[in-house]
Design a protein around this ligand. Structure first.
Ligand code: GTP
Ligand code: MG
Length: 329
């Protein structure tokens, strides 16, 4: 209709009060195109990225937040418990491929959340990521979202052959499935952090519903060695984790990160069942799942750790040519 602002224009940074051509250009150069993108960063960080004074960045963030609430794209500041329940219901779930594991997770891997799978080598973390990258593409009635995936592969273990096999055994066209998985291979944490900044654009461009980061914590541990660099590492890890949480919430995608356990015999107090990353990772992730091997070579045991929404429990799943499945499936 003439004279009315289109929905997309309401989401563009240039539609905010006080954003002229120059400010809009600065924001765009920093990868901030929409008011949703503005919600990803703190005003201090926006100021660092763009050169806009912090006070102005603060005003822009607040204005963007009000706009998102008006448009129904952000929850109100205060809400009744029943409204919160409604928003939770809007959460969608991607099937892991195993009913047992889905049940443990109350439906599968959730959008608007960061789910961490951690465990020792060979416990199935990479296989879960591969299976989810295929399953997200299934239609909703089959446990998918009918959307694409982004796979950030920090360990060089992403395998198109394995995707082909899993897709084939689930009745999907492997070539179509491969086309809808966008793979990033960062060589170091600087590139990894930079890739995270590009995620919003990629999510929109490729209609993405699932993001895997395999492994997420490993690169930080590898690069920031020793006690002397611990606080620097934790600071970066903190920003990384918070960016992921915001992206999951703002863009309604399911984010899965993988992590290893502290299995260093030289560290006396290293608990072999504890994930790496300390409080920073523990506080940021929405759900943590601990994976263990079992006596049967293709079976794995998953336990949910410290979840406010899930009773403690375990699930047994299998890894086969189909990817993740139930035992005897
Ligand atoms: P790290 O990355 O080393 O910490 O381990 P991870 O937890 O990522 O282990 P991953 O997911 O790679 O699981 C490895 C296990 O999955 C292997 O030990 C195999 O048992 C199984 N597996 C891997 N690839 C295949 C496959 O193509 N077919 C089948 N049937 N099983 C596989
Ligand atoms: Mg792996």
């Amino acid at each position: 209709m003439t004279g009315e602002i289109e929905f997309d224009e309401m989401l563009d940074v240039s539609s905010l009060k006080g954003v002229g051509d120059v400010t809009a250009k600065k924001l765009r150069e920093a990868g901030i195109n929409t008011i949703q993108d503005l919600m990803l960063y703190s005003p201090i960080y926006i100021s660092e990225l763009t050169g806009i004074p912090v006070e102005r960045a603060e005003k822009l963030v607040l204005q963007a937040y009000e706009r998102l609430k008006d448009l129904g794209l952000a929850p109100p500041d205060f809400a009744s418990a029943s409204d919160i329940m409604e928003r939770r219901k809007a959460r969608k779930y991607i099937t892991t491929g195993s009913h047992n594991l889905d049940e443990l997770l109350k439906g599968g891997v959730a959008t608007q959340a960061v789910t961490e799978f951690y465990g020792e080598f060979g416990s199935g973390k990479t296989q879960i990521c591969h299976t989810l990258a295929v399953n997200v593409q299934l239609p909703e009635e089959q446990g998918g979202l009918g959307k694409g995936a982004i796979y950030i592969d920090t360990e060089n273990t992403f395998s198109p052959d394995r995707i082909t096999e899993i897709a084939y055994h689930r009745g999907l066209d492997p070539n179509e499935v491969l086309k809808r998985i966008i793979v990033g291979t960062p060589y170091n944490t600087v590139i990894l952090l930079n890739m995270v900044k590009k995620l919003p654009e990629l999510i929109k461009k490729y209609d993405v519903g699932f993001i895997a980061i395999d492994s997420a914590v490993g690169p930080f541990r590898a690069e920031y060695l020793g006690r002397g660099r611990l606080s620097e590492r934790q600071q970066l890890l903190n920003r990384f984790m918070h960016d992921l949480v915001r992206i999951a919430e703002v863009y309604d995608v399911a984010v899965v990160i993988t992590n290893q356990v502290q299995e260093r015999p030289d560290v006396i107090f290293g608990d072999p069942t504890k994930p790496i990353g300390g409080h920073v990772v523990a506080h940021a992730v929405t759900y943590r799942i601990y994976l263990k091997k079992s006596k049967r070579p293709n079976l794995r045991i998953a336990s949910i750790i410290d979840s406010p929404e899930h009773p403690p429990g375990e699930a047994v799943f299998a890894i086969t040519e189909k990817g993740v499945t139930d035992p005897e499936d």
